[in-house]
Design a binder for this molecule. Structure first.
Ligand code: NAP
Length: 249
């Protein structure tokens, strides 16, 4: 049967790679991002490869926007039973310079966003007695200088994931988190720009600290997400998988 998946923040980066991979695996994929038109590139790539996709504009941190998006996906693609909470932002700063807005913006997109999306989608999973929730955490969950807001949010994603696993397991729903290390995307490019470093130089410096001696790509994360979203992964739940080129915790 064709499953319907929603991938948030799927206009680019890791989300785009996950959406493309889930579509290649046979799912109908809702490419959700803040701006519907931004998702069109991912949708075009999926359709060109013979897959099914729909661009949906929504702010994951807004309750009404999430409800409307999930309703639209259900009507146009079918009831969603796979959810990848990937949308994310950075507002890095040292604690003494971090504003309340920096704190709230990060909490709202990552934690409130994952909560609202999962709460809206779980009814479809429970009705289908099947579901796969994949949440994007980060190695920053273990603590990272300049990221008090982001590391707290990404550690929160892990607790949220484990609680979903407990609550939804009996309905055939699994929940797992992926904690990526350094992945080459606009997010890490923006970090390099912020600290005034050339991106290639920034990547080389990061790779030197990674056991497999390279930085990660969005496809590295898409492979792991595809496994966790698959039918065969039904006995894997409540786990945090560090995809970081080496051990982390
Ligand atoms: P990215 O290139 O910045 O892409 C993030 C996407 O999320 C953007 O398309 C962005 O849209 C969208 N988004 C932001 N706020 C949103 C909202 N409120 N509602 C809907 N969509 C929203 O980031 P990435 O590097 O692919 O990261 C994806 C996920 O992996 C994030 O959760 C990130 O924290 C996590 N992660 C990344 C790395 C890494 O090294 N890159 C490492 C660990 C974890 P706009 O462009 O319109 O803002």
């Amino acid at each position: 049967m064709t499953r319907t998946a929603i991938v948030t923040g799927a206009a680019r980066g890791i989300g785009a790679a996950i959406a493309t991979r889930l579509a290649a695996d046979g799912m109908a994929v809702a490419v959700l991002d803040l701006d519907e038109s931004a998702g069109k590139t991912t949708v075009d790539a999926i359709e060109t490869a013979g897959g099914t996709a729909l661009a949906v504009g929504a702010d994951v941190a807004d309750e009404a926007s999430v409800a409307a998006a999930v309703e639209r996906v259900s009507a146009e693609l079918g009831a969603p039973t796979v959810l990848v909470n990937n949308a994310g932002i950075l507002r890095d700063n040292l604690l003494f310079k971090m504003t309340v807005d920096d704190w709230d913006a990060v909490m709202n997109v990552h934690l409130r966003g994952a909560f609202l999306m999962t709460r809206a989608v779980q009814q479809h999973m429970v009705a289908a007695k099947f579901g796969r929730v994949v949440n994007l955490s980060s190695t920053s969950a273990l603590g990272n200088r300049g990221q008090a807001n982001y590391s707290a949010a990404k550690a929160g994603m892990q607790g949220f994931t484990k609680t979903l696993a407990f609550e939804l397991g009996k309905f055939g729903v699994t929940a797992n988190a992926i904690a990526p290390g350094f992945i080459e995307t606009e997010m890490t490019a923006a970090t390099a720009a912020r600290i005034g470093m050339d991106f290639d130089e920034f990547k080389r410096a990061a790779a030197a600290q990674i056991p497999v001696n390279r930085t990660g790509t969005p496809d590295d994360i898409a492979h792991t997400a595809a496994f966790l979203a698959s039918e065969g992964a039904g006995f894997v739940s409540g786990q945090v998988i560090y995809v970081a080129g080496g051990p982390k915790d």
